[in-house]
Design a binder for this molecule. Structure first.
Ligand code: NAD
Length: 292
């Protein structure tokens, strides 16, 4: 069994505790047992689980795993502390808010022989799974993905990082990309921001990603994908599954800890994660250079 702590008790942290307490039967998620949670606030027991100090979580021998669920800008520090202490880490995306620290953390995990897992629940959503099936075998000619949502709380980082799940969709669907241009329009007083990034696929087909946030903006994704044979302008409605998204992710993390995920799959995943973080860094740099 892997004794686990949940670090950061927001929405994601609460879901992690819930799933640790009721893992999917006969799955690798049953290998976790929750030992406590860590928070900067002093909190009462959560779902019957006790708060423990960070130092205790880092030093206890019966704690082998940390689920890092804090706001994005503090992921890096927590991942490093837990890896240094010899614990496996599952971190909610994005792993960090810059590329170089993510690369260094992978290296550290490898040196220590520990699993560093970045959650990507967006890849488990029914609409994504359906979209992937629907476009299999089709040749992209041109495409766009436009995300809108409400303003983020402080600490979630540059939009290319906080929105990395959208970028992950694009890379998972269309392969590695190169960034050609990127701009950021921001109005801090109105809490409004719009980031636009233009990519080319390996076949030199244009793809764009817009990440737009502001008060009252509904959480939606709009697509426009033109293929050789058809054009998709709406996300397909996939079949809802009985197993929750975070639980699917926990099963994957558990399988990694048990050595059940083939090395080729692990390598492909690590390559995709680092590629997306590198793209996010390139987008940030381009946005900053055009703003200067
Ligand atoms: P959140 O805003 O609910 O929590 C973020 C942090 O704020 C946590 O550390 C939490 O302890 C702290 N916090 C929350 N309420 C607080 C309060 N009242 N006072 C002081 N601190 C408080 O954010 P979240 O949605 O849980 O996101 C956490 C991480 O999970 C992020 O990295 C995010 O990108 C990722 N994530 C979230 C979801 C989701 O559906 N919520 C999905 C995928 C990834």
């Amino acid at each position: 069994m892997f004794g686990s702590v949940v670090v950061g008790l927001g929405i994601a942290g609460g879901v992690r505790i819930r799933d640790l307490l009721a893992p999917l039967p006969s799955s690798a998620a049953e290998k976790f047992t929750v030992k406590g949670f860590v928070s900067r606030r002093t909190m009462e027991d959560q779902q019957g689980v006790q708060q423990i100090p960070l130092e205790e979580a880092l030093s206890r021998d019966d704690i082998n795993v940390a689920f890092v669920c804090t706001e994005n800008t503090s992921h890096e520090e927590h991942i490093r502390q837990f890896l240094e202490a010899g614990k496996h880490v599952c971190v909610e995306y994005p792993m960090t808010t810059n590329y170089s620290s993510a690369a260094a953390l992978w290296e550290l995990a490898q040196q220590k022989g520990l699993v560093l897992h970045e959650e990507h629940i967006e890849l488990f959503t029914p609409d994504f799974k359906q979209l992937k099936k629907d476009i299999a075998g089709k040749q992209l000619e041109e495409g766009s993905l436009h995300f809108t949502g409400g303003p983020l709380k402080p600490g979630f980082g540059f939009p290319a990082f906080s929105g990395i799940s959208r970028l992950t969709w694009l890379v998972d669907l269309f392969g590695e990309l190169s960034v050609k241009a990127a701009t950021l329009e921001e109005d801090e007083d109105r809490k409004y921001s719009k980031m636009t990034a233009h990519f080319l696929t390996k076949d030199q087909k244009p793809l764009s990603w817009i990440e737009e946030r502001g008060p009252g903006m509904g959480r939606t994704k709009r697509i426009n994908l033109r293929f050789d044979s058809c054009t998709l302008t709406e996300l397909p409605a996939g079949q809802r599954e009985a197993v929750g998204l975070f639980m699917q992710d926990m099963v994957l993390f558990g399988r990694k800890l048990q050595g059940d995920v083939p090395p080729e799959e692990l390598q492909a995943e690590q390559r995709r994660i680092l590629h997306c973080l590198q793209l996010a860094e390139n987008i940030r740099q381009l946005c900053q250079s055009t703003a200067a």
